[in-house]
Design a protein around this ligand. Sequence first.
Ligand SMILES: Nc1nc2c(ncn2[C@@H]2O[C@H](COP(=O)(O)OP(=O)(O)OP(=O)(O)O)[C@@H](O)[C@H]2O)c(=O)[nH]1
Ligand SMILES: [Mg+2]
Length: 407
Amino acid sequence: MQRSYSRLLGVIGKPNTGKSTFFSAATLASAEIANYPFTTIKPNRGVGYVRSSCVHEDFKVRDNPRNSLCLDGIRMVPVELIDIAGIVPGAWEGRGLGNQFLDEIRRADALVNVVDASGGTDCEGKSCKPGEHDPLEDVQFLEREITMWMVTILKKDWAKIARTAEADKKGIAHHLEDRLTGLSIRRQYVNEAIRKAGLNIEKPATWSDEDFYRFVDNLRRISKPMLIVANKIDLPTAEANIERLKALDYMVIPCSAEAELALRRAAEKQLIDYKPGDPDFKITRPEKLTPGQIKALESIREKVLQKNGSTGVQNAMNMAYFKLLNMITVYPVEDLEHLSDHNGRVLPDTYLIPQGTTAHQFAYIIHTELGESFLYAVDARDKRRIGEDAVLKDRDVISIISAKKRA
Ligand SMILES: Nc1nc2c(ncn2[C@@H]2O[C@H](COP(=O)(O)OP(=O)(O)OP(=O)(O)O)[C@@H](O)[C@H]2O)c(=O)[nH]1
Ligand SMILES: [Mg+2]
């Protein structure tokens, strides 16, 4: 499958909250799941999907996707995610599995923080009586862990860097370049973080330790945007906690990763009719299910789907890409009449690109050569020419006309 994604989503959180269950449900890859802390040691990497409505019905054509799937009019576009080992308080100083696991966050462009909303997992990730632990604490400590880990990386040689930046006037972002690249942080975020922290950009050498922490904390918020997956909503103690979590400054997605995993596995075996993110499912082959399995499925319907509208896993994936990362879907075609590529495949690819991408930038994303030989683009809906600076919209179908070839 051709890569249509370029952003990586990190699944993080305290141990035993259901990160690997969420990852397995989203990717259908097998990851070890168990009811004790630090089940995951080596990170799991896999391909999941974002769900969006396909354009083929708008054009009344049958499509033949290549880099994505189309399930009854729903395009599932591949994205990459990574399931990271549990993080405990003090991890940045080496507690628990230590900071080498925080290091996995380096590559992530956005984060989903999986918390046990039922309050059945203590600070260290050990099971406790549901309702006993306050999941709000898990959000706060994780913010601090990531910020402190970033502080440690960025603080090295800080005094010297700050003095040089003041002297040569090249700006602090310039001098932090290597470290920022290592953390997948775009340079422009640095100035934004300094502004948000209310610090003097010209005089970094005068910042106090507290100023520096504020700068890094803002940098974390901007460069690693995060949402909260309030997991284990199938347990009764979750409901009240979800309302409290929603009062925090984050998008909160109520979720039952375990329910989604069960539904996807049953759908994979064609026992039920269910697409990720659906509000309901239909049992298609009751004769293949035991009474116990039917009871379990019905309990998911009643306790999760009817209450919450969906299991929440797909919603979290979509929110991460479409809201946190502001991505849109765009369909490139070569043949405008048939909406196909040169092999006759109709609407073959869906690209996930950042909002604000221009037609010319899109050509570069498809292929450097196409960007270099770009002439203009055509919008397949009205067959109108659009210029290189035209900003693309979600669900655009675009043909790029270049000096060498069309795409
Ligand atoms: N009730 C309920 N239990 C869940 C849900 N999701 C996961 N669990 C359970 O929570 C426990 C931990 O799940 P894992 O997916 O291994 O958790 P993890 O966060 O990856 O744990 P570590 O790798 O140890 O950090 C297992 O017993 C799961 O079955 C859920 O939606 N509801
Ligand atoms: Mg795990």
